[in-house]
Design a protein around this ligand. Structure first.
Ligand code: ATP
Ligand code: MG
Length: 156
């Protein structure tokens, strides 16, 4: 159903701010200037943001910064989750969205995940006829971006 992604992003990020503060991470949102209505499954897109921000929190050392950005284009919306964390080696980037793929367990600030978070992200974004991508620089940070059309075409 129709949903304002500015609102969905800010609500989802609000639920994560306490956790970010406990990890001594700053988390900011940069919303689009106008509401961005899109035809999405709210809970599922919220889950995408939770998984991406959850990773940013797990892989960013104390004092780091996380930014969630909503950008509107004509027919599509882009959401970026940027962090100033440990980054990802170039050779791991192509396999990152595979199920159970993890770069190195020792890198994680938590007790450890399963390597499913990004596979779920890709699945949900593609179910919305969208795409997800990552850019990263080792030791500097990462940005995960997904683009979804505002309107779904064809079968749902
Ligand atoms: P889960 O999400 O199932 O709890 P996970 O976080 O290890 O476990 P994914 O979310 O699929 O699994 O991420 C896969 C791997 O990609 C991670 O193990 C980590 O090595 C790397 N990664 C993901 N996001 C980041 C990030 N923002 N910064 C650095 N490395 C990351
Ligand atoms: Mg994860």
């Amino acid at each position: 159903s129709m949903c304002d992604l500015n609102e969905l992003v800010s609500r989802t990020v609000e639920k994560l701010t306490h956790q970010a503060e406990q990890l001594h991470l700053q988390i900011d949102t940069r919303l689009a200037p106008q509401p961005v209505f899109a035809e999405v499954a709210r809970d599922r897109i919220s889950q995408v943001i939770i998984n991406l921000v959850g990773n940013a929190m797990a892989y960013t050392p104390e004092g780091g910064k996380i930014e969630v950005v909503v950008e509107e284009a004509d027919e599509q919306v882009t959401i970026h989750v940027r962090d100033t964390g440990i980054g990802i080696p170039k050779e791991d980037l192509p396999r990152l969205f595979e199920r159970f793929y993890r770069v190195d367990k020792a890198r994680d600030r938590r007790s450890g995940g399963t390597g499913l978070g990004l596979a779920i992200v890709k699945h949900i974004v593609e179910a919305h006829q969208g795409t997800v991508s990552v850019k990263s620089e080792l030791g500097k940070g990462s940005v995960f971006s997904f683009i979804i059309p505002k309107r779904q075409t064809g079968k749902q």
